[in-house]
Each structure stands twice: as structure tokens, then as C-alpha cells.
Ligand binder design. Structure first.
Ligand code: IPM
Ligand code: MG
Length: 366
């Protein structure tokens, strides 16, 4: 099949890990006879440097015309002056909003060979397999803001329509899994949460085969640590989902492992590792490419419908997580390129990624 993929490598370690994911997609295309084309565009800090805007019009136009968008990471100390007119993160938020990708899927699995890296005790980790569905284009991230010297406000607003579409997506996903949906809110305090909860309860009638449970977000933060294996699909609003999924990443053992897919109505999606730009290790080729490579797996699965290919890469990643080589965050000393090479070898035989990294120092955001 043919697919037009836009890459937005962004800032910090974004370009390094995106190169790994692209290398894997190229290997998949060669091995399974597909034609994938890749076009790189600017987003985030590198876009601010080049154009003054975090989401240049050319980037948005290209993303809107693409079959899928593969994103690295945005942000870094260079652009974090709180008084700056524009910030890299605004580019990411504007992109999500403009593409209408309201459902952010963040799967958490604990890979058995890495259990020792988790801060949780081993016996808590067996069978952990949670799919977070984070609402991505509403809530406090997109509400009206105000700021004066003495007071600041951030409005949190949700419409029934915004809640309903992401909750329905979560019910559908639960149906294809263990049929257990946990909805997380703060309905004992917030009106948006009370609307969220009543909407979930109304929609539940259409999914009698799915067991629904409500949790308050503070309690859920604790339950995720005390009994993570009791959850299947967890649906929640934007801010709560942002926070809980970083907690989930820590449970997995490294922030570098988790992928995400952001989906809207059609097949097009935005795929990105959940880690940030990690400026402290950027440009050294030591970042863990697993989250980015697993994001490419989600791209194959959700935007291109290539399940065989997705499963093959997933199995290759599993093998490398089990046998190594491992990057620093997993206790190893391998480079990003070495890990990528190992995944490529497991997918396709004998490709090599090392030369793809040679120009890192010269990359737009390197
Ligand atoms: C994430 C990130 C972003 C978010 C930031 C960079 C705006 O933390 O994707 O989780 O909060 O959505
Ligand atoms: Mg986050």
C-alpha cells in the first residue's frame, strides 16, 4: 500500500528517536512491499527559530494532507522563558486541535524482562496491561486564560459532545479487550467531572457487555500504584490523563518505553512517544527509541490498518527488550542507533541504521 507520512521530529531527542522510527517503517515497507513516503516539517522550538511560529502554516497543511503524522518531541530550555510570546508546546496543542485528534491512546505494558526497573514490587507487575484513553483537545489546556500581576485563571470547559465522542471510543476499545472501562474524574468537586460522569453512565447503556467503574483522580493515582493489574481501559479528561500517564510510564520502568496514538474521526492520526524532548541527553544518540518505534507500530495499526506488520515490529521490539541491546535508561550502554539496528535486524534481516545518525549534529534541531 502507499502512504504519505509527515514527520515532525521537533526538538531535543525528537530527531534521534524519530529517525529510529522512520528506519523501522522503511524496513517494513521494503520487507512487505509497501510504498511509504516521508516529508519532514517544522514543529515546536525549531519552528520558532526558523519561522517565529511553533506551528507554521506549511506544517499544518502538510499534516492535514498526510495519511499519518509521526512526531518526536517539542520544547527545551532555550524556549522556556515564561514571558515569551510563543512556546513550542503551543505548536503541539494547536496541531492536535487543528487535526481534531481528540482521543489519545497510551498503552501501558510491563515488559517482564524489565520488571526490575519498575519502582513497584515485582508481584504487583504481573498482568499489567492498561490502555489509557486521554481526552486531548478540550478541558483546561484549551480554555480561556487570564493573567495579571496578582491573579491568573485557566478555564476548564467540556461539552457533552466532546465527552461523548472520546468515551464512546474508549467503550469500543474496551469491547475489543477485557471489557472493563474505568472512568476517572473529580466528580466530588468539579462540575465538568459531574457532566463527564453522567455522560459515561448514559453511554454505558449502549455497551451492556462492558463493566464500568468510576474512580476519583486522586484515588486513581494511588490505585495505579497499589493494584495496576486491575485496570483494562481507563478513560479520562485531558489534564488528568496527562498526569496519570506519566505515572504509568514510571511503572513501566522508563519514560522512554511508552508510545501514543492520537486519533480523530478518520484514519489519520498523530503518533508520538509520551516522553518529552529530554534536553539533558539530546544530540548524544543515547535516547531510548522504543517509545518512538512503538508509536510507529500504532501508526501501522491505526492509520494504515497493517496489523501483520504492526505485530511483527512489536514482536521485534519485545525481543530486543528481552535480549538487549539496551539504552542507558534500561541499565545498558547501547546507543539509539544500536537499539534501532537490533530492531531492524529482528524485523527485516540486516538493515543498518548507524549511517542515519551520522548527520545528527547538523539536524535542524540537533
Ligand atoms: C504530553 C505532553 C504535552 C501535554 C505537553 C508537551 C504540552 O506532556 O503529550 O503528555 O501535556 O499534552
Ligand atoms: Mg505529558
Amino acid at each position: 500500500m502507499k502512504a504519505n507520512i509527515v514527520t515532525l521530529s521537533g526538538d531535543g531527542v525528537g530527531p534521534e528517536v524519530t529517525k529510529a522510527a522512520v528506519a523501522v517503517l522503511k524496513a517494513v515497507a521494503a520487507h512487505y512491499g509497501h510504498e511509504f513516503t516521508f516529508a519532514e516539517h517544522l514543529l515546536g522550538g525549531c519552528a520558532i527559530d526558523a519561522t517565529g511560529e511553533p506551528l507554521p502554516a506549511a506544517t499544518l497543511t502538510a499534516a492535514q494532507a498526510a495519511d499519518a503524522v509521526l512526531l518526536g518531541a517539542v520544547g527545551g530550555p532555550k524556549w522556556s522563558d515564561p514571558n515569551a510570546r510563543v512556546r513550542p508546546e503551543q505548536g503541539l496543542l494547536a496541531l492536535r486541535k487543528a487535526l481534531g485528534v481528540y482521543a489519545n491512546l497510551r498503552p501501558l505494558k510491563v515488559h517482564a524482562p524489565l520488571a526490575a526497573l519498575s519502582p513497584l514490587k515485582n508481584e504487583k507487575l504481573a498482568g499489567v496491561d492498561v490502555l489509557f484513553v486521554r481526552e486531548l483537545t478540550g478541558g483546561m489546556y484549551f480554555g480561556a486564560r487570564s493573567r495579571s500581576a496578582e491573579v491568573a485563571t485557566d478555564e476548564c470547559k467540556y461539552t457533552v459532545g466532546e465527552i461523548e465522542r472520546v468515551v464512546r471510543r474508549a467503550f469500543e476499545l474496551a469491547r475489543g479487550r477485557r471489557k472493563h472501562l474505568t472512568s476517572v474524574d473529580k466528580a466530588n468537586v468539579l462540575d465538568t467531572s459531574r457532566l463527564w460522569r453522567s455522560t459515561v453512565n448514559r453511554i454505558a447503556a449502549d455497551y451492556p457487555d462492558v463493566k464500568v467503574e468510576h474512580q476519583l483522580v486522586d484515588s486513581m493515582a494511588m490505585l495505579l500504584l497499589t493494584r495496576p493489574s486491575s485496570y483494562d481501559v481507563v478513560v479520562t479528561e485531558n489534564l488528568f490523563g496527562d498526569i496519570l500517564t506519566d505515572e504509568a510510564a514510571a511503572i513501566a520502568g522508563s519514560l522512554g518505553l511508552l508510545p501514543s496514538a492520537s486519533l480523530g474521526e478518520g484514519r489519520r492520526g498523530v503518533y508520538e512517544p509520551i516522553h518529552g524532548s529530554a534536553p539533558d541527553i539530546a544530540g548524544q544518540c543515547v535516547a531510548n527509541p522504543t517509545g518512538a518505534i512503538l508509536s510507529a507500530v500504532l501508526l501501522l495499526r491505526h492509520s494504515l490498518g497493517l496489523e501483520t506488520e504492526a505485530a511483527a515490529v512489536e514482536a521485534a521490539v519485545e525481543r530486543v527488550l528481552r535480549d538487549g541491546p539496551h539504552t542507558r535508561d534500561l541499565g545498558g550502554s547501547a546507543s539509539t542507533a544500536k537499539v534501532c539496528d537490533a530492531v531492524l535486524a529482528a524485523v527485516a534481516g540486516s538493515a543498518t541504521a548507524a549511517d542515519m545518525y551520522a548527520d545528527l549534529a547538523n539536524s535542524c534541531c540537533g
